[in-house]
Ligand binder design. Structure first.
Ligand SMILES: Cc1cc2nc3c(=O)[nH]c(=O)nc-3n(C[C@H](O)[C@H](O)[C@H](O)COP(=O)(O)OP(=O)(O)OC[C@H]3O[C@@H](n4cnc5c(N)ncnc54)[C@H](O)[C@@H]3O)c2cc1C
Ligand code: FES
Ligand code: FES
Length: 1314
């Protein structure tokens, strides 16, 4: 980074700041511009990625530094650039990951270690992780105590905590955590997972070099205030100045961190932005004997550190600080103010944690109203009318308590460590005295509850009154619990009211029970280390089989990797946003923009009427049919595209799309079909098997009636419901279309199927396919979601570009992306199964209704894959009836492990029920129903391959032994006997996963300097395709056996996919693209080796030895064709094959809240001979964690009209670092030679996702234990162990199955006469 002193002007009318040492000075700027918008549109620093725009993902994190004149010290901290307003950065130095290091000036050790630990797959999240971690590193290492050479002052735990707010959808987090932990002072390098650094020889880290410069850069006196009429930004330095700024009737917005925008997403425009961060009264921290007072503009992070300092002598303050550490994420807390939080809670009913905490401890606040200052209690503040716009919150006072009182606070949220709003939070303060005769008197209590669907945090006054002066007994607890259920009453329309009330009971009980002699639970979170993973290396076909870091990982870390939206906009570019239907089936009468003020910058609204002559309304094509671009006469679902609004900037396009008013008409239309049941009533189905591809028709096995007749037991007509899942690729759908000469179009698209996008665009524009060039270099994640929908975005851009004759690009915002995406297929399953007394299955019949949405998409694959997954056990006989229901929901598409995850899950759900009914251990029922070589052939036909390739029994035995399954099962039983508030479950689940290899083209060209350029018909989206292709090319070319080929890998470059350069690329999907592309480049390389061999022999004979470079130079001179094309087509017998693996997961659940933590997972997975164990390990772990999301967390919900409602990071929760197994042992098993496979390798991309069913089964086992406990207390309902736990097993689901009245039942059991 260029480092120079911060030359900030004293001129208050100009905005001055630095980015990576480059000075910017601006006299005019839209004050609502965020730092992210500025960096991405006006600087070359594109590493800041837009993942959500809500503060919820961390993809945009940057580090800010400045000399703080108030504290008289330098400050360095991370923030989310998507919410930080540019104008609030006057005098700041901004560092992005490019600023830490880059290709030109050398990479930073953080970049090097992220790459070396295989911590970057698609890479879209990586810059944000690097910056979150850098911030922690810098702060730890600017402390007076210098760290040990090469290490940081951070502990491993702090290193992990620093990144808990960042999301990654690819890696499963373990390698990221390891890369960060490698800097920690207390790291044990033996604990770190696979990496490229021999014996812990990490790239050197010296904080002197790496940290101080960024702080020094701004260590000088700067004018920090910006007061500019032209920018409409004002920074009052006193309350008087503030008073006059708000008094002139202009529309103003008071701003501190602006993080509130992440929740409210206002589109309003203001005349003035008033920055409150420089008014001394709002920045002070004052202490006296009564307590500590914080100015309202102080960041939550600073409040936490002050409270922690005081907390050494005051436990209440320490506990408040610890709770605040679970508010949002570090990069939000660093800029979010305590005052902003409270104002949002007071004025707009934000579900605040801080309001609840402060209400419980009896805080007071100071307000400025007009010229008068008022002090009031937190109760008066919260219960009073909403603050007026001119009211200013000045400060918050928190009293000291010393050791006089008992205090606890609680929250239950999908992510234990934060970055998730709670279902309910609570904070309790109590003054107690201990009677000499024994017993505890509760003198008074303040009991606060919040975030449960209430206007603001409330006190449970009836409970407080009841408890005051009481000696705590079981009877008193019982009455308190009864009363709290009356006090905590969610508002009408709040989701999960019964669950939220049960949390109130659990928390209150937990608090009070600690004072009396009953078994009292301790609630809270712990954060163990994410642990190691291991592999077995292979060693043939060098460099294939080597754990080489993923190609491009380091430039992904340094932010230099170019994604579609990073391509600089050509001159005169326009931006588009999609307008989608919010109704399932309706005529669109008109689209207008009548809002006041009208959205600005609109250039055109493109719809079906704009399809050119000769073109068609064609948006996407697939194997089974085509899909229109824009709904024309009627919309087919909520989320169906209606139009594309084109504006001068992406921000304007997004605002316009959000504000568009669509006038619908439904008169005369049939009612929409929104459920599979309605589809059945209306016989609304897609053809399930024919006429598409006869091979997709799954085979039934044996005679079901006969099998049932042989059964000792039967389970009849049981139902399972499975919901959808959203891809949550970190990069949303995006494309850039540039009109070219002669009616051609170049489209950069983040698409998994460029060839199909090319066809769609050509059809829509009415031009030949050779007029359309679709280019795709890399995707920021795909997971199946960038096949169909990505084509529509690319086609919409191309259509607009053609009509307007200008480049048009679009980056779909997260909320819209979630609404239009479609996602995984939801389904309803009804099964009947027969089995013997010993658990042996005899027959299974399943009826399955699959919601495919309104368009066929790739849905005919689902039954085929589902049945393949289901067949993993020998059912005896298997029959099924599957219907692909055509509904008015968004069309569902292929998400990672499509159909397979459901098929496997159905199998496991049935096994669990069978085991329950027979009172057998589920593992034994699984084992007894494993296939024999013979039954495998019967169920899977050709795909079964040779009997020697059936490695599941070996994997199973190895896993049972290596995971100490038997011993741990006994330990789990012991744990469950001695714990009533926490229960554990352990489960071992196998997979048999069928994949299909399809044809792929490849092209290898050798240039004059002997470097090699490779093209393949596959897309790099994080799965390491290019890395494996590079290795395969180097291996196959090296067979020419020249000198100087040792580092051939470094000479090979795999370049972007270009549909006019390499045709027939098809779709990248189904886990097998990597091996097929490797096979294609091996064929090309073999052709080249054949062509070069005669020359090589001649030269070797002449010279005795031959260098690779010399061979190529001579071949060039002799005009030998040095480019080879090939199309790999697997032989008919080796198109399909089976993958095997198994996982053991041990899970702990909290019966009071439904929280779960995965204590440990062990995976053994057969990769054949892995092409790259590091890449495969990444696929296994990442895929598994995506499965954890499906089974534990992710709810992709719609309203009654089919419109997605969980459409943001606020309510759609993918796993974060705190949801992953606390210990993860994954092993890539080398199962030797597989003659029909590409270099003996097997797929790794999707099958391990299915192994996450082990987590689900572990949770279920824990729930069964909780129900047994209930039964022991005399409960009669909800105690059977024969249950079907819903998927995903979220907190409310787990709690519901454990018993919403678990506490009440326990208390009743204590009160019952013995
Ligand atoms: C991703 C994310 C997750 C979050 N998770 C949690 C959570 O788990 N628990 C929780 O409690 N909170 C959570 N929050 C809320 C967060 O604490 C608030 O957004 C933040 O504290 C607001 O502070 P700010 O300085 O950014 O306010 P701003 O966004 O600048 O302002 C918010 C509002 O308050 C007004 N305002 C600000 N200061 C004053 C003042 N002194 N006087 C009068 N008006 C004022 C502003 O005009 C604006 O209307 C989360 C926020 C985000 C973005
Ligand atoms: S893009 Fe800023 S936090 Fe997600
Ligand atoms: S590597 Fe983290 S989202 Fe892809």
């Amino acid at each position: 980074m260029e480092k120079k002193d911060c030359a900030v002007a004293g001129d208050e009318s100009r905005l001055v700041f630095e980015v990576n040492g480059k000075r910017f000075e601006m006299g005019e700027v839209d004050p609502s511009t965020t730092l992210l918008e500025f960096l991405r549109s006006a600087t070359p620093f594109k590493s800041v990625k837009l993942g959500c725009g809500e503060g919820g993902c961390g993809a945009c994190v940057v580090v800010l530094s400045r000399f703080n004149p108030v504290l008289n010290q330098p400050e360095i901290f991370s923030v989310s650039s998507c919410l930080t307003l540019l104008c609030s950065l006057n005098g700041f130095s901004i560092t992005t990951t490019e600023g830490l290091g880059n290709t030109k000036h050398g990479f930073h050790p953080i970049h090097q270690r992220f790459a070396g630990f295989h911590a970057s797959q698609c890479g879209f999240c990586t810059p944000g992780f690097c910056m979150s971690f850098f911030s922690a590193l810098a702060n730890a290492d600017t402390a007076p105590q210098p760290p040990a050479p090469g290490f940081s002052n951070l502990t491993t735990s702090q290193a992990q905590t620093s990144i808990t707010g960042n999301l990654c959808r690819c890696t499963g987090y373990r390698p990221i955590a390891d890369a960060c932990k490698s800097f920690a002072a207390d790291v044990d390098i033996e604990d770190l997972g696979m990496n490229v650094f021999p014996k812990g020889e990490f790239p050197p880290y010296d904080p002197e070099d790496d940290v101080w410069p960024y702080v020094r850069v701004c260590k000088q006196e700067c004018s920090t205030v910006l007061n500019s009429e032209s920018i409409s930004w004002f920074t009052p330095a006193s309350l008087e100045e503030l008073g006059s700024l708000v008094a002139d009737g202009a529309r103003f917005k008071l701003v501190v961190g602006n993080t509130g925008m992440g929740y409210y997403k206002e589109t309003e425009r203001y005349d003035k932005y008033i920055d409150l961060r420089y008014i001394p009264d709002l920045l002070m921290v004052r202490k006296d004997e009564t307590g500590i007072e914080f100015g309202a503009a102080i960041s939550i992070s600073r409040v936490i550190s002050s409270l922690k300092e005081e907390g050494e002598s005051d436990l209440v303050l320490m506990k408040i600080a610890q709770h605040m550490e679970r508010v949002a994420s570090i990069f939000i807390r660093n800029s979010a103010s305590i005052g902003g939080n409270l104002v949002m809670a007071q004025r707009r009913s934000f579900p605040s944690d801080i309001a609840t905490l402060l209400l419980a401890v009896g805080s007071t606040v100071a307000l400025l109203r007009g010229r008068a200052q008022e002090r009031m209690t937190m109760d008066e503040f919260l219960y009073g009318p909403p603050l007026a716009p001119t009211d200013v919150l000045l400060s918050v006072h928190i009293p000291f308590f010393g050791s006089r009182v008992g205090f606890e606070s609680y929250r239950a949220a999908p992510r234990p460590l934060g970055n998730a709003l709670p279902y309910l939070n609570a904070a309790f303060l109590a003054d107690v005295s201990f009677k000499e005769s024994g017993g505890v008197i509760l003198n008074y209590a303040r009991l606060a509850f919040g975030a449960y669907g209430t206007d603001h945090a409330t006190r449970a006054s009836e409970v407080e009154e009841y408890l005051a002066g009481k000696t705590l007994t079981v009877e008193v607890l019982d009455e308190a619990v009864r009363l709290v259920k009356l006090s905590v009453e969610p508002k009408d329309g709040t989701t999960l009211p019964a669950y939220r009330k049960s949390l109130a009971v659990s928390f209150l009980f937990s608090f009070l029970a600690a004072f009396i002699d009953v078994s009292s639970p301790t609630l809270g979170v712990s954060f163990s280390e994410v642990a190691d993973s291991s592999n077995e290396e292979t060693g043939t076909y060098y460099p294939v089989g080597e754990p080489i870091p993923k190609v491009g990982a380091i430039i992904q870390a340094s932010g230099e990797a170019v994604y579609v939206d990073d391509i600089p906009s050509p001159p005169h570019s326009l931006h588009g946003a999609l307008i989608y239907s919010t109704k399932p089936l309706a005529r669109v009468k008109s689209i207008s923009f009548e809002a006041v003020p009208k959205p600005s910058g609109i250039v055109d609204v493109i719809s079906a009427k704009d399809i050119p002559q000769g073109g068609q309304n064609f948006g996407a094509t697939g194997l089974f049919g085509s899909e229109y671009l824009f709904a024309d006469a009627t919309t087919a679902s909520a989320g169906d595209l209606i139009a594309f609004v084109v504006a001068r900037s992406q921000k304007e396009a997004n605002v316009a799309a959000r504000m568009a008013q669509v006038d619908y008409e439904t008169q005369g239309l049939e009612p929409p079909i929104l459920t599979v049941e309605e589809a059945v009533e209306n016989s609304s189905f897609f053809d399930t098997f024919s006429p598409y591809e006869p091979r997709l028709k799954p085979e039934m096995i044996g005679d079901f009636t006969k099998g049932m007749a042989e059964a000792d037991h039967k389970i009849l007509s049981q139902e399972i419901i499975l919901g959808s899942q959203y891809f949550f690729y970190m990069e949303t759908q995006t494309a850039l279309a540039i009109p070219d000469e002669d009616n051609c179009m170049v489209v950069y698209s983040s698409v998994q199927s460029p060839e199909l996008a090319q066809i769609s665009i050509a059809r829509c524009l009415g031009v030949p396919e050779h007029n359309v060039r679709v280019i795709t270099r890399r995707l920021g994640g795909g997971f199946g979601g960038k096949c169909q929908r990505a084509m529509k975005v690319a086609t919409a851009c191309a259509l607009a570009a053609q009509k307007l004759g200008r480049p048009v690009r679009s980056y779909i915002d997260r909320n819209a992306d979630m609404i239009i995406a479609g996602g995984r297929h939801p389904m309803k399953i009804t099964y009947t199964v027969g089995f013997k007394e010993n658990g042996k299955l005899t027959a299974l019949h399943v009826d399955i209704l699959i919601d495919a949405g309104f368009f066929i998409d790739f849905s005919p694959f689902i039954p085929y894959m589902l049945i393949a997954g289901l067949k993993k056990y020998n059912w005896g006989a298997l029959s099924f009836d599957i219907k692909l229901c055509k509904t008015n929901n968004t069309s569902k598409t292929m998400m990672r492990a499509p159909g397979d995850v459901q098929g496997n899950f159905i199998a496991e759900a049935i096994i669990e029920r069978v085991a329950s009914l027979l009172s057998m251990e589920a593992g034994s029922v699984r084992e007894i129903n494993f296939h024999t070589g013979e039954s495998l052939q019967l169920f899977y036909a050709e795909a079964a391959g040779e009997a020697s390739g059936y490695t599941l029994p070996r994997i199973w035995d190895e896993l049972i032994s290596s995971s100490c399954y038997m011993e741990r099962t006994a330990a789990v039983e012991q744990f469950n006997r001695s714990n009533i508030w926490r229960k554990r479950g352990i489960s071992c689940v196998p997979i048999v996963y069928k994949v299909t290899v399809s044809g792929k083209p490849g092209k290898v060209s050798i240039l004059k300097d002997a470097s090699v350029v490779v093209e393949v018909g596959g897309i790099e989206m994080g799965q390491g395709l290019y890395t494996k292709v590079k290795q395969a090319t180097a291996y196959a070319l090296s067979l020419i056996k020249c000198d100087g080929m040792e580092n051939l890998m470094e000479k090979v470059r795999v370049v972007e996919s270009d549909t006019l350069s390499l045709v027939q690329g098809g779709i990248t999907a189904g886990s097998t693209t990597s091996e097929a592309c490797c096979a294609a480049v091996i064929q090309c390389s073999t052709l080249l080796v054949e062509r070069l061999s005669p020359l090589a022999t001649t030269l070797k004979d002449e010279q005795g030895s031959l260098q690779w470079n010399d061979l190529i130079l001579e071949a060039h001179n002799q005009s030998i064709n040095l480019a080879a094309n090939s199309y790999f087509l697997p032989e008919s017998g080796s198109k399909e094959y089976l993958n095997y693996g198994a996982a053991v997961s041990e899970v702990e659940i909290c019966v009071l809240t439904g929280e779960k933590s995965i204590l440990r997972t062990d995976i053994v997975y057969d990769c054949g001979q892995s092409l790259n164990p590091a890449v495969d390990m990444g696929q296994i772990e990442g895929s598994f964690i995506q499965g954890v999301g499906f089974f534990m967390l992710e709810e992709y919900l719609t309203n009654e009209e089919g419109l997605v409602t969980t459409n943001s990071t606020w309510d759609y929760k993918i796993p974060s670092l705190d949801n992953v197994p606390k210990k993860l042992n994954a092993k890539v098993l080398n199962t030797g030679h597989h003659p029909d496979r590409v270099l003996s390798s097997k797929a790794s991309g999707e099958p391990p996702l299915v192994l996450a069913a082990s987590v689900y089964c572990g949770i279920r086992a824990g729930v069964v234990e909780a129900r047994k406990q209930l039964k022991g207390w005399g409960a009669t309902q909800g105690t059977d162990s024969d249950l079907q736990l819903d998927v995903p097993a979220t907190l409310p689901v787990v709690k519901q199955y454990c018993g919403l009245d678990y506490v009440e039942t326990y208390l009743r059991s204590l009160l019952a006469p013995s």
